[in-house]
Write a protein that binds this ligand. Structure first.
Ligand code: SAH
Ligand code: SF4
Length: 376
C-alpha cells in the first residue's frame, strides 16, 4: 500500500476498497494525519465523489498529491434495469472484463436489500447452483465488492421514504464470501462504518455454505449476521448437494455457528437457508429431521423454492408442497418464511445470479441485450 516507489512508477491505490483502518494507514504513510481518513471516506461513500478536486475540505496540495498516488475507481456498469416490482438489477464489469451481477430488492416494510457478489464464479460446485456450474474465475477485490454498494447508493435513484437507498446487504450473490475472506471483511467493515454506509450489524448478512475455520475467524473480526446454506438435514444428502459437507459435516458446521452466536451477541439469530427441490429434500421426514437438528439453536429457517436453470436436473416443488413443508416446520416450533422471488421479469433471482453470463464478449453482449428486452 506504499503510495510510491523509487524506481518503478507505482499503480495508484484505489481508495474505494480501503476500510477505515487501511485508509488511516494510507494517510499516515503519506505523512498526513489520520483524520484525513474519515474525511475522504465520507466524500467517497456518502457523497459519491470520485474526483479529489471536489473534496473541498482537503488542502490543494493534498488533493494534488492524491491525484498522483491514488484514485477512486468503481466498477463500470454494463447494464442497469428496473423490474415491474421495483427490483433493480445491475450487471457490473469487474477489472479484466468479468461480469458480475447485483440486485436491489425492495420489500413492503421499506427495506431495500442489496444482494452482493464476492467472487466471479465459485469453486465449491454445489449441485443445484448455477454459479457453481460456471466454475471459479477469480476473487473480487474489496473495491469491487464495496463498489456494488457504492453503485446502488449513488445510482441516482430517488426514494420518497427518506431512507437510504440500501438499507440491508446480503452477501448472497455470486461466490462463496468466506473463500475471499480479507477483501470481504474489508468491504463489510465499510458497510458498517459510520463514515461510509453506517448500516447496522444486524442488517448486513454473510451467507456461507459452511467453511468452518473461516466462520471462527469471521467471529474474531466482525459481528455481522450469519446465514448458512444448509439445504439438507442429514450428511448423506448434504454430501450430495453441498460437496463441502464432506469436509465439514452438519454437526461441525452447527457447532461453528453456535460458537459464532456466542461470540457475536449482535448477530443473535442464525439464518438457515434451505433450498427446496422437488422430491429431493422437501418431504415430511426431511422437515422432522431438520427441526430436530436445529433444536436449541436460535435460528430462522429461510425456505427458498429452487430456482430452475437449464440442465440443472432439479425441479421446483409445487406451491402446495412448499406450504406443506413450511407447515410441518411450524408444527415443530420453527418459523420458516418462504423467500419470495422478486424481479422475475429481469431475471434477478438472487443466489443463482449469472448462470448465463460468461467471460466471452459475444455472449456478454447477447446477455445484456436479452436483459434489456426483458426489463423493458
Ligand atoms: N456461496 C454462498 C452465498 C451465495 S449463494 C452460499 O452458498 O451460501 C446464496 C444462496 O442461494 C445460497 O443459500 C445458495 O445455496 C442458494 N442457491 C444457489 N443456487 C440456487 C438455486 N438454483 N435455487 C435456489 N437457491 C439457490
Ligand atoms: Fe458456491 Fe454458494 Fe453456489 Fe455453493 S451455493 S456453488 S457455495 S455460490
Amino acid at each position: 500500500m506504499t503510495p510510491h516507489t523509487d524506481s518503478v512508477e507505482a499503480q495508484p491505490v484505489n481508495l474505494l476498497g480501503l476500510s477505515r483502518q487501511e485508509m488511516e494507514h494510507f494517510f499516515v504513510e503519506l505523512g498526513e494525519k489520520k483524520f484525513r481518513a474519515p474525511q475522504v471516506m465520507k466524500w467517497i461513500h456518502q457523497e459519491g465523489v470520485t474526483d479529489f478536486q471536489q473534496m473541498s475540505n482537503l488542502s490543494k496540495a493534498l488533493r494534488e498529491r492524491l491525484e498522483k498516488v491514488a484514485e477512486v475507481r468503481a466498477p463500470d456498469i454494463a447494464y442497469e434495469g428496473v423490474s415491474r416490482d421495483g427490483t433493480r438489477k445491475w450487471v457490473v464489469e469487474a477489472e479484466g472484463g468479468s461480469l458480475i451481477e447485483m440486485v436491489l430488492i425492495p420489500a413492503d416494510n421499506g427495506r431495500r436489500t442489496l444482494c452482493v457478489s464476492s467472487q466471479v464464479g465459485c469453486s465449491l460446485d454445489c449441485s443445484f447452483c448455477s454459479t457453481g456450474k460456471q466454475g471459479f474465475a477469480r476473487n473480487l477485490t474489496a473495491a469491487e465488492i464495496i463498489g456494488q454498494v457504492w453503485i446502488a447508493t449513488h445510482s441516482g435513484a430517488t426514494y420518497e421514504d427518506g431512507r437510504k437507498p440500501v438499507t440491508n446487504v446480503v452477501m448472497m450473490g455470486m461466490g462463496e464470501p468466506l473463500m475471499n475472506f480479507r477483501p470481504v471483511v474489508s468491504a463489510m467493515k465499510l458497510m458498517l462504518d459510520d463514515n461510509a454506509y453506517g448500516i447496522s450489524k444486524r442488517r448486513v448478512t454473510l451467507s456461507t455454505s459452511g467453511l468452518v475455520p473461516k466462520i471462527d475467524q469471521l467471529g474474531d473480526e466482525i459481528d455481522v449476521s450469519l446465514a448458512i446454506s444448509l439445504h439438507a438435514p442429514n450428511d448423506e444428502l448434504r454430501n450430495e448437494l453441498v460437496p463441502l459437507n464432506r469436509k465439514y459435516n452438519i454437526e461441525t458446521l452447527l457447532d461453528a455457528c453456535r460458537r459464532y452466536l456466542d461470540k457475536c451477541p449482535d448477530a443473535r439469530m442464525l439464518t438457515v437457508e434451505y433450498t427446496l427441490m422437488a422430491g429431493v429434500n422437501d418431504q415430511q421426514h426431511h422437515a422432522t429431521q431438520l427441526a430436530e437438528r436445529l433444536r436449541g439453536i436460535p435460528c430462522k429457517i429461510n425456505l427458498i423454492p429452487f430456482n430452475p436453470f437449464p440442465g440443472s436436473g432439479y425441479e421446483k416443488p409445487s406451491r402446495n408442497q412448499v406450504m406443506r413443508f413450511q407447515h410441518w416446520l411450524f408444527e415443530l416450533g420453527h418459523k420458516a418464511p418462504v423467500r419470495v422471488t422478486r424481479g422475475d421479469d429481469i431475471d434477478a433471482a438472487c443466489g443463482q445470479l449469472v448462470g448465463r453470463v460468461k467471460d466471452k464478449t459475444r455472449r456478454q453482449q447477447r446477455y445484456i441485450q436479452t436483459l434489456s428486452i426483458d426489463a423493458s
